[in-house]
Structures are given as C-alpha cells and as structure tokens.
Design a protein around this ligand. Structure first.
Ligand code: CAO
Length: 431
C-alpha cells in the first residue's frame, strides 16, 4: 500500500526564519530514507534536512532563497508503507498538501520528520574577514573539515553553487596551507613568497656564506623572541678625542694606534659595573636573571664573509693598549676566517661600531642571551650650547638596544647617562 508522506522542517529550536540554501530533490526523484532533500541555514548553523521516508518525490514546496520555519512543508513523497517503515496513521494536525498532484494520491499520511543531526555550530572564526562571514558548507563538509582541523570560515570561496564550500575546497585549502608552511619561518608567520624577477631585468643568484646564513637565523630568532627597545644618546667626546690624538702622536710610526672604540669598551664596562642588570642573561624559562661577575665584551667585526663577534675577555682587568692589541689580533683573525668558536663565546654585552664608516643612528639587534647591545656611529662636530654661547664639540652618537623583559626604560636611560658621563670625562673611569 502506498502512502503520501509530508516532509516538514523539524524542531530546530526557537528560530523564526531559516534560509533555504539548496534544494536537492525534484518531483519524480526516487529518494532513500535519510537522503538529504534540502540544505537549510540559520545565521548560526547550516543543516542538511534528511528525508523521513523512501519513495518517489511528488511535489517540492520550497526553492533556494525561501524562508521556512519549524513545521514548514518541504515536499511530499509517495511511499510504500512497508518501505517507509511507518504506521499507516493519518496525522490530523498536519495539513495535507493541497496541490492537484497531491489530490490525485491516496489520503496523505504523515509522520513526524526525523530531526536532522544537531545543527553544526559555526566554529569560532579567525581573522578580521572571517568574523563577519558565514561559510556555506554542508554538515558533512564541516565534519570533514573539522577532522582535518580546518575552520571552514577561513576558506574564502567554495567552488560549489553560489560559492558553497565542497570537500575538494577543504582539501585544496589544506594543500595550500601545508605548502605555505614549508616556506614559513617556523613561527606560523607566512614566509616571503618567491618572486620571478626576470620580467624586470637580468639577475644573478649567489649562495649566501655560511656565516651569513647562520647569523640570519640567529638574528631572526632574537628579533622574534625578544621585546627590543632602542634608546639613542649623544656623548661629548671632545676631550677624549684630544687625549686620544695626543696618545697616538706619541706612538712610533709602526706602533698600533688607538681608536675611540677602546675607550668606549672601558666606559661601557664601568657602566655595567654600576648597573649589574646589563651584565646578565635571562634564564631559559624566563623566571630568573643570571648575573655575571666577569666582564667580557663582544665586538661586531665586519668581514668579507659576514658579521662575526669575537669576545674580549675580562676587559675590566685590561689596559687600553692591551685591548687595542687584542682587538687588532682578533679582528684580523676574523677577516681571515680563522676565529675559533671559543674566540666568540662568553660575551656579556656586544658593541657594534659603524663609526669608521659613518651613520647618525641605527638599531642594533641584541646578541641574545645577552640583554643589551651598544651601537656606535660616526662622531661629528656640532654646535653645543654651554649656557652662554654655542661652542663646537665632538659629539658621539650612541644607540642602546635592550631586552625590555630585563631592562626597564628608565634603567636604560640611566645606564646611557652614566656611559655618556664616562666618555665625556674619562677621569671617571679611575673611580
Ligand atoms: N666616529 C668617528 N670616527 C671613527 C669612529 C666614530 N665613532 N669610529 C672609528 N672611527 C675612525 C677611527 O678612528 C679610524 O680613524 P683613522 O683611520 O683616522 O685612524 C677609522 O674610523 C677606522 O676605524 P676602524 O673601524 O678600523 O676601527 P675601530 O676600532 O673603530 O673598529 C672594528 C674596529 C673591528 C669594530 C671595525 O673595523 C668594524 O669591523 N666595524 C664594523 C662593525 C659592524 O659591521 N657592525 C655592524 C653590526 S650590526 O649589523
């Protein structure tokens, strides 16, 4: 015996209007029990509406774009009562279909539509774009996406009808993310995409030196891990320069000349002695500060193969002349590529001096686990107001970059004020 079954919108909670996104059946279709007949969507969820009977579709009452609510008639299905697995009882409270086609068939019988699976809540959306965007995807596709850890809201366009997201779109999204991850820096930050420069002109590709590659990795790691602040200051080194020139004038022609850097090293160590936080490293867990009782200074040296940082040890116990000889030896070794790993270990703070080249200021990157680095650029004569008049003074620009987890802004400023005083009046180094 055949019966006419009405498929209606089941209880979906107190939702007044549900959008019909897709209708998947038409009159004459033979459908199976639980087969999806339509996809409905609220502003929070998307759901597939399953058929409550197997049989032949007689009439479809909805089209995409319609608004329906609980109890709305979706379709009628002519079913064999055994096939449909239902009791042949007519439900009085359900209005029969009134179309001529419906009138031709035996008395309509209905059965409460089996509720569809729990509506799939749209996952928390990520990114500025996705917060206002509702992804159109069936629960099956959403489930598939969830199994792969994909938030469908992050898939911008689907290849289905009206931009509907299909399984293939999820697969393609995963492929894209995976390929981007390969070029990423390892921090979840997308890498810089490869660019074909050939349309713009001739190019030549040169392999980076090992030093450059390793330095690059280290600098990137520091840049991404440390909250860095750079503070700029100027020291009046007019008197220091006069003293240095006089000292060098006393030296024999073949004797090693002293550059201002040796005084900067000494003045820096004196400031570190006064501010122990600068002679420290943060423990790996970030819970404690390891304070050092020795004063080793790394000096950034420019070599044909890239930047290296030999370390001058126990600077507090060495004279300016001794430091000059040691740095000359180590920078020569560095330029010849003959530094040993031990020559570059154990630094407490680093100086990067570009003064021999030029510059007015720059922002050096801390050589972690050290907590600060001092940058130096070219000293120049400037008019300085002494309270009565402008006088020409030799001013040295200094740049201090520090790890803000360890050094507070005020502490950084005080440290630099002390360094400035030490350089402006080197008699202070005797104190
Ligand atoms: N202001 C004015 N003149 C300066 C100066 C400054 N701040 N610093 C150096 N000079 C002068 C020196 O007095 C010297 O002058 P003379 O030729 O008249 O004697 C000349 O510049 C060259 O000095 P130098 O650079 O050879 O010597 P130094 O002791 O100052 O520096 C070293 C030694 C090894 C630090 C340096 O040679 C070097 O490699 N610097 C580059 C460091 C670098 O690349 N840092 C960048 C790292 S961050 O990416």
């Amino acid at each position: 015996m055949t019966v006419l079954i009405e498929i209606k919108v089941p209880d979906v909670g107190n939702i007044a209007e549900i959008d019909v996104v897709e209708v998947l059946i038409q009159p004459g279709d033979v459908i199976a029990l639980e087969q999806t007949v339509a996809t409905l969507e609220t502003d929070k969820a998307s759901m597939d509406l399953p058929s409550s009977a197997a049989g032949t579709v007689q009439q479809v009452y909805i089209k995409p774009g319609d608004k329906v609510s609980e109890g709305s008639l979706i379709a009628t299905v002519l079913a064999n009562s055994e096939q449909a697995g239902i009791e042949e009882t007519v439900q009085q409270d359900i209005a029969p279909a009134t179309t001529p086609e419906a009138e031709k068939v035996p008395e309509p019988v209905s059965q409460p539509v089996k509720p569809p699976p729990e509506p799939t809540a749209i996952e928390p959306l990520h990114g500025p774009e996705s917060t206002t965007r509702i992804a159109h995807a069936s629960p099956a596709v959403r489930l598939f996406a969830r199994e792969l850890g994909v938030d469908v809201a992050n898939i911008k366009t689907g290849s289905g009808r009206k931009g509907r997201i299909l399984k293939d779109d999820v697969k393609n999204f995963v492929k894209k993310v995976m390929s981007e991850a390969i070029v990423a820096t390892g921090t979840g930050i997308p890498g810089i995409p490869a660019v074909d420069f050939s349309p713009f002109g001739e190019t030549e590709t040169r392999k980076l030196s090992k030093i450059k590659r390793l330095t690059g990795q280290n600098l990137t790691r520091v840049w991404l891990n440390l909250p860095l602040v750079t503070y700029h200051e100027e020291a009046d080194i007019t008197d220091l320069e006069a003293f240095r020139t006089a000292l060098n004038a006393e030296k024999a022609k073949d004797e090693l000349k002293i550059t201002g850097l040796m005084f900067i090293i000494k003045a820096l160590v004196a400031a570190m002695q006064q501010f122990p936080n600068f002679n420290a490293s943060l423990s790996a867990d970030g819970e404690s500060l390891i304070l050092k009782k020795y004063f080793n200074i790394g000096i950034a040296v420019d070599t044909p193969n890239g930047l290296v940082v030999p370390v001058l040890r126990n600077v507090n116990n060495k004279s300016i002349n001794e430091l000059a000889v040691e740095l000359a030896g180590k920078s020569e070794k560095a330029r010849l590529g003959k530094l040993l790993p031990a020559d570059m270990q154990g630094g407490c703070m680093t100086i990067s001096s570009l003064g021999g080249i030029g510059g007015t200021a720059f922002t050096p990157i801390v050589n972690a686990p050290e907590v600060a680095i001092l940058g130096v650029t070219r000293a120049k004569m400037q008019p300085v107001w002494n309270g009565k008049e402008f006088v020409p003074r030799l001013m040295l620009p200094l740049d201090l970059t520090y790890d803000h987890r360890v050094i507070d802004g005020a502490e950084g400023a005080r440290f630099m004020a002390t360094l400035k005083q030490n350089l402006s009046d080197i008699r202070r180094l005797l104190l």
